[in-house]
Design a protein around this ligand. Structure first.
Ligand code: HEM
Ligand SMILES: [Ca+2]
Length: 526
């Protein structure tokens, strides 16, 4: 093979060799993988988990991207293996791998006022950052069970050389809350439900046969893509069917679907006098709606979870008035693996037995029920009054033993899933994120920490969440506080946006006599 030297003296030939060797491995792996049997029984908990994994996004595209990600990772590892652990020059590698990459980012328009549907072109230098179907970024290199950390084998061995205990064993001994988990004395179940919105906005990991690197089916940006769609097709579906049509499988999430759709309709009505065409009107409504949502995330949700000190440390505080441009074009706002697989899942310790009725009762009519909950005052008051479970290492009996239960002892354990998923994704153990005993799964260790001052999660998760929310803020050219023209807001518009809160939005659309000023704090709080 001819060897071409690039500017840095990197030998393209060596990279190409690694890529062609990787192609063979990836193809063998693809054909060798045995498809999991599709369990058609709708009452089977595993088939329900499967249904979640298959939801919405195009499996063909997912497979193509998965294969490409696998190729990139395998070729990198092979190269490193042959070059004494040295990684290939990034620029040369990118050029050599480009023909195998299914992503074809359209040329970015110069002066686009609005976000694209799939997140592309948010960053002008790296238009692919934060788009759907991009690989999740990592804060620490993966720690898998296979020799080269490619990800064919999950993390499964202790530093002592023994097998790690099974996730279910850990779930039983460390996370077992008994029948009732300790309750919070401040935050209501609304906090948990709103967390679900953020999660569905920024992450959806397609399940793959061989673990390796994980993709994200959602746009990473906090852009309400769970409502408006993650692609042009998704956006068209939203616009064609309009509000009132469910997109979400997760029953609890539908509460916020209903609320946001109603608010979107309100904004559309408010903008009608401008006489704009449908396309501009839609884009403007989404822009305003996403700004209000980002304002709620950064002034209400994140502070409740990580506390003001950590907010300050990561520069996450919004200003009370006016612009506050924190955008850094060098920041990649892509959702990280550890955020999706561990840190934001802290919320799994906050749901309680009440969720059983909601989730167990899932049916195509659930959305209708949720419209009712939003409009029906006794049930919706519960959102504000009922305390969520405390964020600690405990998960409710429902979450560990009753989720999607078809018959006694035939259910899914969310905690075991969380631990196993951390291993599948090669998340280094708790010790690598802290200076502590080895082998503890990150989620188990971090959930057992005492909360930071003013927050509800311990220092490890506060730090990881702070890091991720800083990326979502400083890596988003369309972040609502940025003073950019024509993508940003005027001072007057921003004043109106910053007057909004979750309480004001919910007050408009939920039929309850009173909403607490901080929609996440129960009026029963002491
Ligand atoms: C109604 C209560 C909830 C239940 C029963 C529940 C249960 C589950 C289950 C069974 C999984 C799949 C585990 C896996 O295969 O990896 C999952 C994934 C996940 N959950 Fe929850 N969850 C709930 C609420 C929440 C909340 C409030 C948040 C965030 C604030 C959250 C964040 C996540 C994330 C980020 C994932 C991974 C998604 C992905 O990577 O595609 N969950 N949850
Ligand atoms: Ca998004």
């Amino acid at each position: 093979m001819c060897v071409i030297l690039n500017v840095n003296g990197e030998r393209y030939g060596d990279i190409e060799k690694a890529i062609s060797a990787a192609l063979k491995i990836v193809n063998i792996r693809r054909f060798a993988s045995i498809p999991r049997p599709v369990i058609k029984d709708p009452a089977n908990p595993v088939s329900l988990r499967g249904a979640l994994a298959r939801r919405r996004e195009n499996p063909e595209i997912v497979a193509k991207y998965g294969l490409a990600a696998d190729l990139v990772e395998t070729a990198t590892v092979l190269y490193a293996e042959r070059h004494g652990g040295k990684l290939p020059n990034a620029e040369a590698f990118r050029a050599a791998i480009a023909p195998y990459c299914p992503t074809k980012i359209a040329k970015c328009e110069n002066n686009c006022r609005y976000r694209s549907a799939d997140g592309s072109c948010n960053n002008r230098i790296h238009p692919e950052w934060g788009t759907r179907f991009s690989p999740q970024i990592r804060f620490l290199p993966p720690d898998y069970g296979d020799q080269f950390d490619i990800g064919v084998v999950p993390r499964s061995t202790s530093v002592t050389g023994h097998k790690l205990p099974s996730p279910r064993e850990i779930s039983n001994s460390v996370h077992n809350a008994g029948m009732t988990a300790p309750r919070d004395h401040t935050y209501n179940i609304n906090l948990m439900h709103f967390g679900l919105v953020i999660f569905h906005d920024v992450i959806s990991t397609p399940l793959r046969q061989g673990p390796s690197n994980q993709m994200n089916q959602k746009t990473s940006y906090l852009d309400l893509s769970l409502i408006y769609g993650n692609s042009i097709e998704g956006e068209q579906r939203f616009r064609q069917f309009g509000s009132g049509h469910p997109k979400s499988f997760d029953a609890t999430l539908n509460i916020f679907h209903v609320i946001f759709l109603r608010e979107n309709d309100k904004i559309l009505r408010d903008l009608k006098h401008l006489g704009w065409n449908g396309e501009s009107l839609y884009k403007e409504a989404r822009k305003i709606m996403s700004a209000v949502y980002q304002h709620i995330v950064y002034t209400e949700y994140v502070p409740a979870v990580i506390g003001q000190d950590v907010m300050l440390r990561y520069g996450l505080k919004s200003t009370q008035y006016g612009h506050n441009t924190m955008y850094n074009p060098k920041t990649d706002a892509t959702t990280s693996n550890v955020f999706a697989t561990a840190a934001i899942r802290f919320a799994h310790s906050t749901f309680d037995t009440f969720e059983k009725d909601v989730i167990q009762g899932f049916s195509p009519e659930t959305f209708q029920n949720y419209s009712n909950i939003v409009t029906n005052s006794p049930s919706s008051s519960t959102l504000f009054t009922r305390f969520q479970s405390k964020t600690d290492r405990f998960m409710t009996d429902f979450g560990r033993n009753k989720l999607w239960e078809s018959e006694p002892k035939n259910s899914v354990d969310t905690m075991s899933f969380d631990i196993q998923r951390g291993r599948d994704h090669g998340l280094p153990s708790y010790n690598r994120w802290r200076e502590h005993p080895d082998d503890i799964d990150l989620i188990s260790g971090a959930m057992a920490e005492r909360p930071v001052s003013g927050g509800i999660v311990g220092p490890t998760f506060a730090c990881l969440l702070g890091e991720q929310f800083a990326l979502f803020k400083t890596g988003d050219r369309f972040f609502y506080e940025n003073d950019f023209h024509p993508t940003g807001f005027t001072k007057g518009q921003l004043r109106q946006i910053k007057k909004q809160s979750l309480a004001s939005v919910m007050c408009r659309h939920v039929n309850v006599p009173t909403v607490p000023q901080n929609a996440f704090i129960s009026p029963k709080a002491g």
